[in-house]
Design a protein around this ligand. Structure first.
Ligand code: SF4
Ligand SMILES: [Zn+2]
Ligand SMILES: [Zn+2]
Length: 308
């Protein structure tokens, strides 16, 4: 490995897409700088925001906690807290909660844990059981719908003005490619660094959306932060994992192509301005959360499974 392209110390990371070699300190700084640049480029925060970070205990959200707690020091009027949604997955979430607690304590960030059980009266394990007989979707799809609403409920409960998600560049590209493959233009338009401000939703922002997943993983490693590494027992092969593999293979052969794909898809998004993303929102007649139909998706799936 060559010396660091910035300070000439011994390099530990080679950034293939830019040709730079970086030492530990310059690599960490480059990640923090990129997150700061994304935050300011997309005007993600105001100096007096209460930012709730969706913390799962995985490498991305633990790294974002680390970065946001550093940035927050420059904004004394802002508040940072973390929200963890405990889906109720036996033998999996317990470890994540312990890791989240440890990281939040170390960085002095208050942690709020909300569970599917308290919000919906059911754990994901119970949803998974019910879906064996009556389900039309994968457990991950049910989890995604329920988690999305749970995060909004929790962010409102802690009075957050922004909800920070740790989606990285790979996640963004996968979501856009999937929408394209499915011909779902409304979804394609909806994949953005800052989601629209919508009544009843805490606005979602993604400070890591311009950073490659592998660089966030390396950031967590060099910062020596503890994160959950065991996979969720419900994680299954899906079209998303196929897209992930495909983009990874391309990135391995053509460094930087993930940025290229993201750029091309953002251009397509620009041409689709005016596509109706979600129609008019109203209140779900069952739970009162914002919904495009009479009943929100979360209430619909619980009804479908006989768990309402
Ligand atoms: S892998 Fe699937 S079921 Fe497990 S936490 Fe993630 S979305 Fe939920
Ligand atoms: Zn250096
Ligand atoms: Zn509802």
């Amino acid at each position: 490995m060559r010396n660091c392209s910035v300070c000439n110390h011994e390099a530990i990371y080679r950034r293939h897409y830019s040709g730079e070699s970086l030492c530990r300190r310059c690599f960490i700084e480059s990640i923090e700088k990129r997150a700061r640049r994304t935050i300011s480029r997309f005007k993600m925060f105001r100096p007096d925001d209460h930012i709730a970070l969706a913390l799962s205990g995985g490498k991305d959200s633990v790294s974002l906690l680390q970065v946001l707690s550093t940035i927050e020091e420059d904004f004394p009027g802002s508040t940072l807290s973390a929200i963890l949604i405990d889906e109720g997955i036996e033998g999996y979430r317990g470890e994540a909660i312990a890791i989240a607690e440890e990281n939040c304590e170390r960085l002095n960030v208050p942690l709020h844990v909300y569970s599917f059980k308290t919000i919906y009266g059911r754990s994901l394990d119970e949803v998974a059981e019910a879906s064996k007989d009556r389900g039309s979707l994968s457990v991950c799809s049910y989890c995604g719908v329920l988690r999305r609403k749970a995060l909004n409920v929790a962010a409102k409960a802690v009075k957050a003005s922004k909800l920070a998600l740790a989606h990285n560049l790979d996640d963004e590209v996968q979501s856009m490619v999937l929408s394209l493959l499915r011909g779902d233009l409304a979804n394609l338009v909806g994949v953005k660094p800052v989601l629209e401000k919508v009544e009843g939703f805490v606005q979602r922002v993604k400070p890591f959306c311009e950073i490659l997943e592998r660089e966030i993983a390396f950031f967590a490693y060099v910062k020596d932060v503890r994160f959950q590494s065991i996979p969720c027992p419900y994680l299954e092969s899906s079209m998303r994992s196929d897209v992930r593999r495909f983009v990874n293979v391309l990135e391995g052969k053509h460094a930087g192509i993930t940025y290229g794909i993201a750029g091309s898809l953002r251009k397509i998004q620009g041409r689709l301005k005016g596509v109706d993303v979600r129609g008019e929102l109203r209140q779900c007649q069952t739970c009162g959360e914002p919904s495009s139909g009479k009943v929100c998706r979360a209430c619909q799936v619980l009804e479908e499974l006989g768990l309402d």
